[in-house]
Write a protein that binds this ligand. Structure first.
Ligand code: UDX
Length: 475
């Protein structure tokens, strides 16, 4: 079956399940959708059926709560009701179907008529980049307007969407009773830190739960709703709404900053003929640095890091603070595209006109089909602009890719990108690219060149197969 026609479910079956976590049997128990948790009697409404909303809704239903997930797109609601999940996220489809069958997870397009019936209302609508980097809060405003006048003063409204500092306070104002009396629902800020590709794992194993609000009792009630699903004591940070709102941005801006540092270090290692892997390994042993999140690559993408950097800068401008670091983080990230293209040019004799390049991987990272801000897309666009022809393969993002490109050949198998190619470039760290039949690949190529933008492959092994190999900061 070629990957273009596979269903999402078939693609998911093909991917290793929780590659890092299967061994942890206790933790795995939480992932077992057949694991029946005791109903808690808590009713939750999750407004927004995207990546965050869907994972939050299914995770809370797996814990034992009664969850209604609201999605305004009618055709998406009917798909979700059938358990057709438009999301490539390991374990989510099975868990959604299991909890639909338990009548613990339902989907609807409208929440207004029952808004006052839920113990918790969690807002997870998207806040995509708007003008001058500020998040577009229109979807959020629409939800708040629909809630006004329909919620009780003892209800809890949880803002999980990534929102600028001060948004929770604004929502509290909007939901105050119009008759001027005091009260109004409790507004809680509860940012999520889910990563695409490991969202379910991250839901059940958060490094911390950040809860912003004014009432310790209400914060404790929200904590208890999560606690039942945690296998270990997770640090709970009870703080103000504003601090909770900033923690999300600060965390993502730090992660983006770390990655631009890593990518620039890899370029320095290239310049000095050092081995980035050795430097990064020794660095990471410093407990203040840590070994995670030190992989050099073609730059960071996805729907979060780039947009949160922009939103952070917009907030700084509102606070009249001039930033130097985070603009540089974005510049370094943009430079990564040129750094990878330069490596490809160098491998094919200096000019890309007429060169045939095979691209392995299109998604912004492995274990997802998401192409938003994917560096692979940006790199391929430059290759095409410089006159190269490009063939590409991605294990799961091919249907999304066909919406981005009409001028590249999308292949059915990874090896097919090698046909008559002058170079192959690895753009996404899909594990299956490590076990290709490199002799067969070399046979099909015009020139045996590999540019490994993810440092995914073993340079010695690749060179033993007769390839010219360059990585990111690899001698
Ligand atoms: C990120 C944050 O990690 C998560 O906490 C937040 O909730 C949402 O944004 P996500 O964007 O899904 O999650 O993926 P992440 O694993 O952080 O990767 C972001 C980008 O950085 C990807 O393009 C990835 O390929 C790249 N990356 C990540 C590297 O290049 N090197 C690394 O070591 C790690």
């Amino acid at each position: 079956m070629n990957s273009m026609n596979e269903t999402l479910a078939e693609k998911q079956q093909r991917q290793p399940r929780f590659p890092k976590h299967n061994a942890l049997a206790e933790e795995y128990r939480l992932f077992d959708p057949l694991n029946e948790a005791t109903p808690t009697g808590v009713s939750v409404c999750v407004i927004g059926g995207g990546f965050v909303g869907l994972v939050t809704a299914v995770g809370l239903s797996q814990i034992g709560h009664n969850v209604t997930c609201v999605e305004k797109l009618l055709d998406r609601v009917s798909d979700l009701k059938k358990g057709d999940i438009p999301l490539f996220e390991q374990g989510v489809p099975e868990m959604v179907r299991a909890n639909i069958n338990r009548n613990r997870l339902q989907f609807t397009a409208d929440f207004t008529e029952r808004a006052s019936a839920y113990d918790l209302i969690i807002i997870t609508v998207g806040t995509p980049p708007g003008d001058n980097g500020e998040p577009d809060l229109n979807a959020l405003r629409e939800v708040v307007t629909s809630l006004a006048g329909r919620v009780r003063s003892d209800q809890i409204i949880i803002i999980k969407s990534t929102v600028p500092v001060g948004t929770a306070r604004w929502i509290a104002e909007q939901l105050k009773p119009r008759n001027g009396s005091r009260g109004g629902p409790h507004i809680i800020s509860n940012p999520e830190f889910l990563r695409e590709g490991t969202a379910l794992y991250d839901f059940f194993h958060p490094d911390r739960i950040v809860i912003g609000g004014e009432s310790p009792e209400i914060i404790e009630r929200v904590v208890q709703c999560y606690r039942a699903g945690m296998t270990k004591d997770v640090p709970i940070v009870a703080t103000s709404n504003e601090t909770a709102e900033m923690v999300k941005y600060a965390s993502n801006v730090y992660l983006a900053t770390r990655l631009s540092f890593v990518n620039e270090l890899a370029a320095v290692c290239d310049g000095l003929a050092l081995n980035f892997d050795d430097v990064a390994y020794a660095m990471g042993l410093d407990r203040r640095i840590g070994t995670d999140y030190l992989d050099a690559g073609p730059g960071f993408g996805g729907s979060c890091l780039p947009k949160d950097l922009e939103a952070y800068r917009a907030m700084a401008r509102q606070g009249d603070v001039t930033l130097s670091l985070s603009p540089a983080v974005s510049r370094v990230n943009e430079q990564q595209v040129e750094r990878v293209v330069e490596k490809i040019r160098g491998m094919v004799g200096g000019a890309l006109t007429g060169a045939r390049i095979g691209a392995l991987g299109l998604s912004f990272k492995a274990q997802t089909d998401d192409l938003r801000c994917s560096p692979a897309i940006a790199i391929i666009r430059v290759l095409l602009a410089e006159g190269a022809s490009v063939t590409a393969f991605d294990p799961v993002a091919m249907s999304n890719a066909s919406r981005h490109f009409s001028d590249i050949a999308l292949c059915d198998r990874a090896e097919d990108v090698a046909t008559n190619a002058d170079a192959i470039v690895v753009l996404t760290e899909w594990p299956e690219f490590q076990t290709l039949d490199w002799d067969a690949v070399k046979e099909r190529m015009r020139q045996p060149n590999i540019i490994d933008a993810r440092n995914l492959l073993d340079p010695d092994r690749i060179r033993r197969h007769g390839f010219q190999y360059v990585g990111m900061g690899r001698r």
